[in-house]
Design a protein around this ligand. Structure first.
Ligand code: HEC
Length: 94
């Protein structure tokens, strides 16, 4: 009986595992740049929860640049594109 419970608990934890990775960064152009540039000062775990318009993402990214983010303009634009595309406010998807 004890073994059965242990197997059940294990199976449950495995089947629940994908949920802990549910809020992740979707693949796409700009993802690696975001990870490289935006983790210089803090983690970016909260970013996938945010929904901003493109203009808001742009001002946020440029304010990070002002604070000292080490990135070229091209990299910043790439990050803004990525954020606006995947975490945009105007998008109909949930
Ligand atoms: C030079 C260090 C630095 C880098 C690099 C950096 N940040 Fe930040 N970030 C901060 C600091 C400091 C704060 C907290 C101060 C604040 O909220 O104004 C912050 C706060 C934030 C917040 C919360 C802001 C809010 O209004 O709640 C978000 C979202 C964020 N950063 C996203 C990013 C993204 C996206 C990038 C990559 C473009 C980035 N950060 C790169 C320093 C940095």
């Amino acid at each position: 009986m004890k073994t059965f419970v242990r197997i059940l608990a294990f199976a449950l934890s495995v089947s629940l595992m994908p949920f802990s990775f549910a809020q992740d960064l979707p693949a796409g152009k700009g993802r690696e740049t975001l990870k490289k540039v935006c983790t210089q000062c803090h983690d970016i775990e909260g970013v996938p929860q945010l929904r901003y318009s493109r203009a808001d993402w742009a001002s946020l990214v440029y304010s990070m640049k002002d604070m000292g983010a080490d990135a070229t303009k091209t990299e910043l634009e790439e990050i803004i594109d990525y954020l606006a595309k995947n975490f945009g406010k105007d998008e109909a998807k949930k």
